[in-house]
Design a binder for this molecule. Structure first.
Ligand code: ADP
Ligand code: ASP
Ligand code: MG
Length: 464
């Protein structure tokens, strides 16, 4: 079971989480917990680390440490009934906060924030929330023990900020360390998002990566199910923050869940499904505020549904790049050079589209990668083949997802005529060959009306 940031946002919520764990434990389930940082803490850590490297003024660091300390002390006091346990948890929190504070001061002295230090600082979010949850379970007389991702056995490469697990050794380690705890009826509480590289240096799995931690652990111990507890009833027909009439989907397939999460449905991290697929483990998404709701179950075989389209996802913070020039027609290898240049610059490409005239290649990339992408392309194409490299940041990507689209004629027609009716300005279109997804790019101001138009067209808000 993985509990996200809002599920452990304060002492009361942490106590609710502990009750959910206790109920399932008393029913006879063997449980391993993965927890996120308290809501907002990772963002704050990222911000203060950046500021520390730029600003000589120590007062901001000090006031941050003070409020972070208070927040975690308060949570511990509100979640845990037993005074002795509270005091030992507070000692543990203080020792960790001191390490973190020293690191921030060093970053300030050096005036430099390396990716390695970034991960070290961000790891404290989860390393501070987990002892509080452990203390809460202990105070409910459930034996439990907190571990960092590294202590649980997750070993990654040294690609800080977005480290990749080395699966073979991770699987062996996790089994070796976690199974004996389960055996002796201790509930392991693992700090999500965090891991170590082969040298033991702390790494992180990328923002939102606690979901991934849960599925790595679940696959390693061959769990019966992986449960992602969050702040909505499950995977919904679209982001309920954009469209309140979004409806919870009872079942979806691995492939559909992957397409949705790659396309911005942040309810699960895009990499979560991969380890689950390998072992065929079902993934359940449930709401900590509404635990009686069955949530969504993600399984191998999609239901053969009359619904062709299941959900609409929206990806923000992306940019469109257009590479064009008459010289591209009939010149072999232009696309290969574009992709090689972007790969060398470590640019993440989200969508690709090329017209059959070959005079134009459009790409959607992560917005923070825009400058390095443009630099890489401009220095690759100094001759005449490519005349123009233009870009647009004022866009969003939208994907319509559903396994039933494969082999159903006319879906694209319905998608684009629905968009036409609301006057959405479409900038680019792309369809994966899996046919589970039709995606396109619209200007930012057309984004919400497009989502709504598609949600209405395919009657996604209507209860089945
Ligand atoms: P956690 O902190 O539990 O990891 P996240 O904030 O990462 O939670 O993810 C949950 C959020 O994902 C929801 O509050 C919702 O706004 C957003 N979301 C985006 N798309 C969807 C979707 N299709 N279904 C459900 N939630 C979605
Ligand atoms: N705390 C991390 C983040 O905010 C990981 C997670 O919550 O999944 O990115
Ligand atoms: Mg999340």
């Amino acid at each position: 079971m993985k509990f996200g940031g809002t599920s452990v946002a304060d002492g009361i919520r942490i106590r609710d989480v502990a009750s959910i764990v206790r109920q399932n434990y008393e029913k006879g389930d063997e449980i391993v917990i993965v927890a996120s940082a308290m809501a907002g803490v990772t963002d704050q850590l990222e911000k203060i680390a950046r500021k520390a490297s730029k600003n000589r003024d120590v007062s901001e660091i000090n006031s941050f440490i003070k409020s972070l300390t208070e927040q975690h002390h308060d949570a511990a006091k509100n979640a845990i009934d037993d005074a002795k346990i509270v005091s030992s948890v507070i000692d543990e929190l203080n020792a960790k906060i001191e390490d973190m504070s020293n690191a921030l001061i060093s970053i300030r002295h050096l005036g430099e924030l390396t990716d390695r230090s970034h991960d070290y600082i961000l790891s404290f979010g989860e390393r501070l929330s987990t002892p509080i949850l452990t203390g809460t379970l202990l105070s409910m007389r459930l034996d439990s023990s907190s571990l960092t991702g590294g202590e649980a056995g997750i070993i990654t490469n040294s690609n800080f900020k977005n480290a990749k697990p080395l699966l073979k050794i991770t699987n062996e380690n996790v089994k070796e360390r976690i199974l004996p705890l389960i055996e002796k009826k201790t509930i392991p509480i693992i700090a999500g998002f965090t891991a170590v590289d082969k040298k033991g240096v702390i790494t992180t799995l990328g923002r939102g990566g606690s979901d991934y931690t849960a599925s790595i652990i679940g696959a390693a111990i061959d769990a019966d199910e992986i449960w992602i507890w969050t702040d909505v009833d499950g995977i919904m027909t679209t982001d309920p923050r954009i469209l309140p009439e979004a409806r919870t989907l009872p079942v979806i397939s691995y492939l559909e869940a992957m397409e949705l999460s790659y396309f911005g449905a942040k309810v699960i991290h895009p990499k979560t499904i991969e380890p689950a697929i390998q072992r065929g483990i079902p993934v359940r998404v449930k709401n900590t505020i509404n635990p009686a709701h069955p949530g969504t179950i993600i399984v191998k075989d999609h239901e053969e549904l009359k619904d062709i389209v299941k959900a609409v996802a929206i990806i923000e913070n992306v940019a469109l790049i257009n590479v064009s020039g008459a010289g591209m027609v009939g010149t072999p290898g232009v696309a290969a050079r574009v992709f090689a240049a972007l790969a060398d610059a470590e640019v993440n490409i989200i969508m690709i589209s090329q017209g059959s005239s070959e005079a134009n290649l459009s790409l959607v990339i992560d917005c923070p990668h825009l400058n390095k992408a443009l630099n890489a392309l401009r220095s690759e194409f100094t001759e005449n083949v490519v005349r123009n490299i233009t870009y647009d940041e004022d866009i969003c990507g939208i994907a319509v997802v559903g396994a039933g689209m494969a082999g159903t004629p006319g879906v694209a027609g319905r998608v684009f005529s629905a968009l036409g009716k609301v006057g959405a300005n479409i900038r680019m279109i792309s369809q994966g060959s899996s046919e589970v997804n039709i995606s396109f790019v619209v200007s930012k101001k057309s984004a919400n009306i497009s989502v709504k138009a598609l949600h209405d067209e395919f009657k996604l808000g209507v209860e089945r």
